[in-house]
Write a protein of this length. Sequence first.
Length: 348
Amino acid sequence: MERSLIPAQIEFRSLTKMYGPVAAVKDLSLTISRGEFLTILGPSGSGKTTTLMLLAGFVAPTQGDIMIAGRSVGAVPSYRRDQGIVFQSYALFPHLTVRRNLEFPLEMRGVKADERATRVDRILERVHLADLGGRMPSQLSGGQQQRVALARALIAEPPILLLDEPLGALDRNLREQMQGEIKNLHREFGITTVCVTHDQDEALTLSDRIVVMRAGRIEQIDAPEALYDRPATRFVAKFLGEANIFESPRFKLESDAAQPPGSVAMIRPERICVAAPEAPRPPDAHQRQCVMGTVDEMIYSGPLRKYRVRVAGSALVVREHVASGQQIFQRDDQVRLEWLRSDLRFVA
């Protein structure tokens, strides 16, 4: 492929990948804009990793085509697709120093020694590893190794960056820190980025758009906030965060919109307010539905407190941010639950 520093547009055209009688990806069509950060999200077996491997050129499609910058790459081997790739395992060369790991992709592209040194110095500074260029990968922490892997993928300024579960091997605090790093690097370099993950928080934090996959097909594509707030199907609602699904409630649901045929009602746990039965009603009470219930369980998790509440035979999950002076309810306490009628959603 012709070398270009311009972020590339990617198109999947009716892409299918069969493994014997099993379709890992089924008739997938998708366009990824130049400079976009798109995350493919889904459970195990949904086809998300196969989709990334097809784009990387590690596996060949059974049907369909992939276009990059307007050109078909179906017959182009992976090493000629000019893409930076970061794997969950980092895949650093254990026998090379950090600096030599970063120089390697430049050597393969024929970059001269003085230019290689300049680029390595610049990228090490950018990922906050300027003093660690002489260390071996085994002498680095997990977060530092992840920064090296990102730097190696970015140093040749590829038009496309592929991330395969890039933060899966890190602990929670380090994962959140690296999410910020990846977001800043994407903003700075503007590279078209495709990320595969099963981590919903990671997808919501990093992405311009999220593709939710199920059984080899796209279930829904949207911006993170829209996808979370307005899921199209029960699967998306339950997979992306928690959701209270009202299958056949024994109380009348109130909504500002008519329920479409073949749908069920849904509300997110943080949209529900919990209070003592005798507590004063809020000023917008006329816009809210109010039900009484009994606490089954209270779960404390640092910044959040979660309740499981029985309401007329249904079990509702309520989630609230912990604040000083807040009333805390325990098992068997009677509570009043309220939510805005406009917060009720309907999913297929």
